[in-house]
Design a protein around this ligand. Structure first.
Ligand SMILES: Cc1cc2nc3c(=O)[nH]c(=O)nc-3n(C[C@H](O)[C@H](O)[C@H](O)COP(=O)(O)OP(=O)(O)OC[C@H]3O[C@@H](n4cnc5c(N)ncnc54)[C@H](O)[C@@H]3O)c2cc1C
Length: 393
């Protein structure tokens, strides 16, 4: 779909699109089968797209991120570039984008923002440069939607260190991660009773991970469990070095939701493009199926959903006002875009008929991937409950 944007924006989009279609797309089948991990390509992408300056600047000054991509340094265009980077990645491989977002966004950017200078240098920058793989460990077997209230992982305070015990599940990148941002409820000491994040490294005695889980979709993104059996963690590994982190989980979730909305939008846009092109070419009853009003109706409804979702994911570009300013809006955007992703992907399958159901036409993979975004980062129900709470304050 060609949206009405400026020529600089179009150039940025075309650059990302060409890169992901030419470099990432050929690797997707092997990644989906689990024969190739996403991490080597992340390192390559980081180098080839010159993301070092792009992301490093985000560590000290989020507004400057993107400057290297948009040589002009125009803030408006920079916003466009940031979102388009995620959207274009998701058009080709939502699972690659999920793994990248969990490592660089949820681990890297989080530690960069809240960590001590030592933590930023030792963990955030190597993860942002894709030299190390990060993971973000909140969900537990008995605590999903109620992740904070139901958290059973404990961090026992023992003076110079904490002892972590518990387990995490459904953690993106866990089977191969080098570093883990693990949430636990503190017992004893100055932070008693609070939930804090700890930076753990693979190889620490007592820390182990499970095998990659077999999933409906997002198969190119390894997911797994993390087991913590009395892991002794020095106090320096507490994110921020022991400063009580209020609202940390909430703001991490907000970032996750904004990112996931962009992935859903990318999925929807690609599926719409595939379906529209197909409808114009596929002949039945002696004419293109796009001539049939019943097919047109599906395409028109897909377009309506897509253009509304676009308003959410590009909110800061279109209205010069970041969506992240309002919790209710973030949840509304995540909920809506996630549903649009699934809706448009399944409509695309329908328009392609039997071919849509076949692997080689891509839309069946994107439809399976789309469903995850209605669950991860808080299910649809959790978004609704949060929106209701916020608007009834
Ligand atoms: C592929 C994948 C990757 C993931 N990656 C990560 C990750 O990197 N890090 C991480 O921490 N987590 C991750 N998750 C976990 C994800 O965030 C959780 O699966 C999600 O929050 C839902 O939790 P749950 O699966 O335990 O479902 P549950 O909380 O058990 O929910 C089950 C159903 O009950 C509904 N429900 C629950 N409570 C209520 C209520 N009060 N009112 C109405 N309905 C309710 C839910 O909406 C849902 O439909 C990932 C999950 C998947 C599948």
């Amino acid at each position: 779909m060609d949206w009405n944007v400026g020529s600089t924006e179009r150039m940025i989009r075309d650059t990302f699109r060409a890169y992901f279609e030419e470099q990432l797309e050929p690797l997707v089948p092997a990644m989906e089968r689990g024969e190739q991990l996403p991490y080597p390509f992340m390192r390559r992408m980081h180098r080839e797209l010159g993301l070092d300056t792009f992301l490093r600047s985000a560590v000290s000054n989020p507004e400057a991120a993107g400057a290297s991509v948009t040589a002009a340094g125009d803030e408006h265009v920079t916003r466009y570039a940031r979102t388009t980077f995620s959207v274009e990645m998701a058009r080709v491989s939502p699972s690659f984008a999920l793994s990248y977002g969990a490592s660089v966004g949820l681990f890297g950017a989080n530690v960069a923002k809240r960590g001590t200078p030592e933590q930023v240098a030792r963990y955030a920058l190597p993860v942002i440069r894709c030299e190390l793989v990060g993971s973000w460990c909140l969900t537990e077997p008995q605590a999903g939607s109620d992740a904070l209230g139901g958290m059973q992982t404990r961090a026992r305070y023992e003076g110079t260190h904490y002892v972590l015990r518990g387990s995490k599940t459904f953690i993106t990148n866990a089977p191969y991660a080098d570093v883990f941002l693990v949430y636990a409820r503190v017992e004893g000491g100055p932070l008693d009773g609070s939930i804090q994040a700890f930076i753990l490294e693979r190889g620490m005695p007592g820390l182990s991970t499970g095998a990659p889980m077999k999933k409906m979709g997002m198969r190119g993104s390894p997911t797994g469990e993390v087991f913590l059996e009395d892991v002794r963690v020095p106090s320096e590994q507490l994110l921020g070095g022991g400063v009580r982190q209020r609202d940390h989980v909430k703001s991490s979730l907000a970032q996750e939701r904004l990112g996931l909305a962009a992935l859903s939008y990318g999925i929807a846009e690609r599926c719409f493009d595939i379906a529209r092109n197909y409808a114009k070419q596929r002949q039945q009853f002696g004419q293109p199926i796009a001539n049939f009003q019943l097919v047109q109706q599906r395409l028109a409804r897909m377009y309506v959903a897509l253009s509304n979702a676009r308003r959410f994911v590009y909110a800061d570009y279109y209205s010069d006002r970041a969506l992240s300013e309002s919790v209710a809006e973030i949840c509304a955007g995540k909920l809506y875009c996630a549903e649009v992703g699934t809706f448009v992907a399944f409509e695309a399958i329908h328009i392609l008929g039997g071919y849509g159901y076949m692997e080689e036409y891509t839309v069946e993979r994107l439809a399976r991937d789309a469903k995850l975004i209605e669950l991860g980062g808080g299910t649809t129900e959790m978004q609704i409950l949060t929106i209701a709470r916020e608007i009834l304050r």
